[in-house]
Design a protein around this ligand. Structure first.
Ligand code: SF4
Ligand code: SF4
Length: 367
């Protein structure tokens, strides 16, 4: 970590004594560090220590995917609480703090006003600490997507509903990036998550620790390490289109290891979803075809009853309230499902699998 900071001119370049420095971790759910769903506590600890050494005041915070999850429990299980305490950092719970309503910088019609936790906006310096993972909806989640946690509590589920298409959701996430704009991004890509990320995938060793002032460039490089082209990732593409960073790998200056030396060739990517196909259609065609295609080509969540503990997380987190518990069984009503995959993302017991329609299987969506 010290070497990485030195390559960028040292930590003092970014932090002045007395600065309130927010470490925005990925505390998606109560998962142990070895499950690779959350930022590893070792990263949190060293960054908080370095912030203190530079005279800054380290604060550690997030808002988990399940708004009713107790962040204190999440931080305890993930090891982040202990790491923060050992480094002398204060823990912040975004959903307990006040929020500010900010106008969408891109003029989004789906989510024109975005709620952001005030502690995020009040920090002097934001250090973004994402985890390298696959994502069922956005294919990949890294630095830019990690900032969705700056939206407190239930608003996240609501926005999923309002920005249901992938292009709409990418626009929202990049809006949040434009508002928050971290000073520094440090990605934990040492043990990444492959397959059914961001919550139900498997740990995969990549061995990369990435540090950059440009989250777009960082995501482009991280995605390349696991076999994606930057253009394949809608969030990266949207951010580059808005000139918020560089996504062209040939223009990114890489110090340290090369992409080729760290690239993992057998990394299991996220399953493609129908939103991905729609994303590459012209907007007018997309609007016409959206409902028709969704009726034919779908991938919907299904509860694996033997694994389900009836914890209720998916029921609380579904933006369309389409998951219910009846006769001791948790069930999804597929008619109202908008395929945001929040339920699968947040189920700590890997009790939700994705079931594809026949046409979806035939064209390779949801495989
Ligand atoms: S499917 Fe998962 S999240 Fe939903 S109730 Fe069962 S265990 Fe909990
Ligand atoms: S059932 Fe799952 S995938 Fe469908 S809308 Fe609810 S949370 Fe999203």
């Amino acid at each position: 970590m010290r070497e990485a900071f030195d390559a960028l001119g040292g930590i003092a370049t970014f932090i002045k004594p007395g600065n309130k420095v927010l470490l925005k971790v990925n505390a998606l759910q109560s998962a142990k560090p070895e499950q690779a769903a959350t930022t590893h506590p070792a990263i949190v600890k060293i960054v908080a220590k370095l912030v203190k050494e530079a005279g800054g005041i380290p604060l550690v915070g997030d808002s988990p995917g399940d708004a009713r999850a107790h962040i204190s429990k999440v931080l305890e299980v993930t090891g982040i609480k202990k790491a923060a305490e050992e480094a002398g950092a204060e823990i912040l719970e975004f959903q307990k703090e006040n929020l500010e309503v900010i106008k969408s910088p891109s003029g989004s019609k789906c989510v024109p006003l975005i709620n952001i936790s005030k502690v995020v906006l009040n920090a002097d310096v934001i250090i973004n600490l994402p985890k390298l993972k696959t994502h069922g909806f956005t294919l990949f989640t890294g630095a830019i997507k990690n900032l969705y946690g700056c939206v407190p509590g239930f608003n996240k589920a609501l926005y999923h509903f309002q920005a249901a298409r992938l292009d709409q959701f990418a626009q929202l996430i990049v809006d949040i990036y434009e508002i928050v704009k971290p000073t520094l991004n440090i990605m934990d890509g040492i043990t990444a998550m492959e397959g059914d990320g961001p919550g139900a995938g498997d740990p995969k060793h990549v061995g990369a620790l990435l540090v950059s002032t440009d989250a777009v460039a960082m995501d482009a490089v991280a995605a390349a390490l696991v076999g994606y082209k930057p253009k394949e990732i809608p969030i990266t593409e949207e951010a580059a289109k808005r000139k918020l960073g560089i996504s062209d790998l040939s223009k990114i200056i890489i110090e340290g290891e090369s992409i080729a030396s760290l690239k993992v060739n057998d990394f299991k990517k996220a399953r493609k979803n129908i939103f991905y196909i729609l994303h590459y259609m012209p907007v007018w065609l997309r609007s016409i075809l959206f409902p028709v295609i969704l009726a034919l080509v779908w991938v919907k969540p299904e509860i694996i009853q033997e694994k389900c503990t009836k914890c209720g997380t998916c029921i609380r987190s579904c933006p369309t309230h389409t998951i219910h518990q009846k006769h001791q069984k948790v069930k999804v009503d597929p008619k109202k499902c908008i395929m945001c995959f929040c339920c699968q993302e947040l189920c700590e017991y890997k009790a939700i699998r994705l079931k594809a329609s026949v046409i979806a299987k035939l064209i390779g969506v949801g495989q």
